[in-house]
Design a protein around this ligand. Structure first.
Ligand SMILES: [Mg+2]
Length: 116
């Protein structure tokens, strides 16, 4: 099983190796530039993901058929979204696993009335 720490460490090394982001720890003048780029890239990937759904809905409406390639494309775009979430968690120094469970505790409280 791969955990999120392993994924974020891999991403860090990948970005360093490709000379994209050399040091996530630095809060230098490049911080805002990195944050801006990654945010725009994340929005772009969410757009690509959504666009595949648009194609599915359009083709379903016209031909009453769902082409599997759009589902495969959605899976790939979802991974692209995840990559930018990992990059943003590195830029913003978010411990994503810890904060996920803290947020889910809050959601648990918030949605308690819907529990079965
Ligand atoms: Mg993509």
């Amino acid at each position: 099983m791969t955990d999120i720490q392993e994924i974020t460490a891999f991403q860090k090394e990948f970005d360093k190796k490709h000379d994209w982001i050399d040091d996530y720890e630095k809060m230098d003048e490049k911080f805002l530039q990195r944050l801006q780029y990654a945010t725009i890239a994340l929005a772009g990937e969410v757009g690509e993901f959504s666009n595949e759904l648009k194609k599915i809905l359009r083709e379903k409406h016209i031909d009453n058929f769902i082409d599997e390639k759009h589902i495969l494309n959605m899976k790939e775009e979802l991974v692209d979204v995840f990559i930018y979430l990992v990059i943003l968690s590195l830029i913003l120094k978010v411990d994503i696993a810890k904060e996920y469970f803290e947020k889910m505790d809050k959601n648990n409280e918030r949605f308690r009335k819907f529990e079965k």
